[in-house]
Design a protein around this ligand. Structure first.
Ligand code: NAP
Length: 348
């Protein structure tokens, strides 16, 4: 049996970090070698440094592992980053310069010209950008999109493939776990909706166009689709819901759209990557679904769940989508990215 690849987690103690730990426990290809966080956590055993809020036990293999400073010098070629974006930029660069493959959740490098903003189902060919990073790094950085953007992009992918997308309008209802730990104060969010999440609308509007962009001469030409996003924070623990209306380039009936959602499969499914969902999009027929409490764990949190597909009197079609923000929107997305990189030989 092939030996597992050693990996580290930067920002292991926050909201996304523990998700990495949970999803990497017993992973068939990767094993955790080190955990790092801020100086507040450094030197403490992980069980003391981290406030473990997941409904599974903290894995024994990391319970007493000492949390380290986020500085290169570890015997692990791959690092996952769940670092606070206030510090992620320079720390991730230091690791990439030192030769590590940095697989990041943070927003800092997502829009760098030579950094792939990867969703393996949609734009695996963007990985060729990694080669142009060799000029500045011994290693490289690959990012996953913002959590709302991933959920949206997966839903748009089959529509773009079959009919083309001209424009889309989206309103999000985002879970509190999306704001990190300890996140939004309960007195602000319980019984309330906060109609503002800093920088979120801009991220959805620009990242989506990069994700669907084409690589030409080593650069991404952004997709010309027009997007308009409004984002809100709601009193839900996990799972971002989004209401979407789309205008398509080619005419499509509702049944064709539903079939496109239902039948969508891509490279991760073909390669049977360990974290890939069997169905990247799950279509619900019930009139009152998807709902975060009932549907967020479908496909182990790795799918976009779509429902309420109907005609739109202004755009062509409208529907509701749901995605797990710390799994497909963060740690699970990064792990799937790493699996694709491994399958394509980028860690050899
Ligand atoms: P979080 O709960 O605030 O956790 C931040 C992590 O960064 C903690 O481990 C923290 O360590 C570490 N950190 C903070 N300052 C540091 C420093 N100066 N040096 C080293 N480590 C430092 O945030 P999160 O929700 O897990 O998000 C992590 C990243 O993923 C962010 O960039 C976020 O935008 C992105 N993201 C989050 C989600 C989500 O659903 N939450 C989804 C997609 C992307 P200490 O505990 O020691 O302070």
């Amino acid at each position: 049996m092939e030996r597992k690849l050693k990996v580290g987690i930067l920002g292991a103690t926050g909201m996304v970090g523990p998700r990495f730990v949970q999803l990497l426990d017993n992973h068939p290809w990767f094993e955790i070698e080190f955990l790092a966080a801020s100086e507040k956590s450094s030197g403490k055993p992980y069980c003391e440094a981290c406030s473990w809020k997941l409904p599974t036990l903290l894995p024994e293999c990391v319970k007493h592992l000492l949390v380290r400073d986020p500085e290169p010098g570890f015997d692990a070629p791959v690092v996952f980053s769940g670092l606070d974006s206030r510090v992620a930029g320079s720390i991730e660069e230091a690791f990439a310069k030192a030769g590590y493959a940095v697989i990041s959740n943070s927003s800092n490098h997502r829009m760098d010209e030579d950094v792939p903003l990867l969703i393996p189902e949609i734009n695996p060919e963007h990985l060729q950008l990694v080669d142009s990073q060799r000029k500045r790094y011994k290693g490289f950085i690959v990012t996953n999109p913002n959590c709302s953007t991933i959920t949206l992009s997966l839903a748009l992918a089959p529509l773009e493939k079959q009919f083309g997308i001209e424009s889309a309008c989206v309103t999000t209802l985002q879970a509190v776990s999306g704001a990190g730990y300890p996140g939004v104060p309960s007195l602000d969010i319980v019984g309330n909706i906060i109609p503002f999440i800093a920088n979120e609308e801009e991220k959805i509007e620009t990242e989506t166009r990069k994700i669907f962009g084409r690589v030409a001469k080593g650069k991404i030409q952004f997709h010309p689709m027009k997007l308009s996003a409004q984002t809100t924070r709601v009193a839900v623990l996990d799972g971002h819901t989004e209401t979407v209306a789309v205008k398509l380039r080619a005419q499509a009936g509702l049944n064709e759209i539903k079939e496109a959602f239902k039948n969508y499969r891509a490279l991760p499914q073909e390669l049977q990557l360990p974290t890939a969902p069997a169905r990247p999009i799950v279509l619900k027929d019930e009139a009152d679904r998807p709902q975060p409490r009932l549907d967020v764990e479908i496909e182990r949190g790795m799918a976009t769940v779509v429902g309420r597909v109907r005609e739109c009197p202004i755009f062509d079609a409208k529907f509701v989508i749901l995605g797990h923000n710390t799994i497909r929107g963060a740690a699970g997305a990064a792990i799937l990215n790493a699996e694709l990189l491994k399958a394509q030989g980028y860690f050899d």
